[in-house]
Design a protein around this ligand. Sequence first.
Ligand SMILES: [Zn+2]
Length: 157
Amino acid sequence: MNEDVHARAKHLILADHVEHIAQHEREWLDQHLETCTDCDRLADATQKALRSLRAVSVPLPPSLASRAQLRVYLRIEELRTHRRGSWALWISCGLSWGFGAASTPYVWRGFQWAGQYIGVPNVVWQMGFGLWWALPALVAAGILLVEKLGEGSSETQ
Ligand SMILES: [Zn+2]
């Protein structure tokens, strides 16, 4: 027998465990293994090595799996809560803007009346009116800023 035959047998022995071989290749290999002790020994050794490899299972501590699951669960909950919080913030911003726009003429007159009643210059009650308009936006910006800072610190843990 020439070397190519044994090389083919060796290739088929290994291929059989990885990708499975065609029927005619299996028949050829079985025939070869019956006549060639070297290749038969190789097939046997490969079989044993793989069997013992499969028998060795790496036991994972059960707490590792549950800890990983818990982390994923907490992260999902965190994202869900955050998204809900963002929606609430945007909705309240929209409502407050709408309410602010609708009430502007009345508030303007109210500030004007109060300014004249107290006797302050026009620029003072007009600034008060501007502040009244800007305050909700400033509060919302502050909340967003605090949330962003909170995210930053929780991700570094
Ligand atoms: Zn052989």
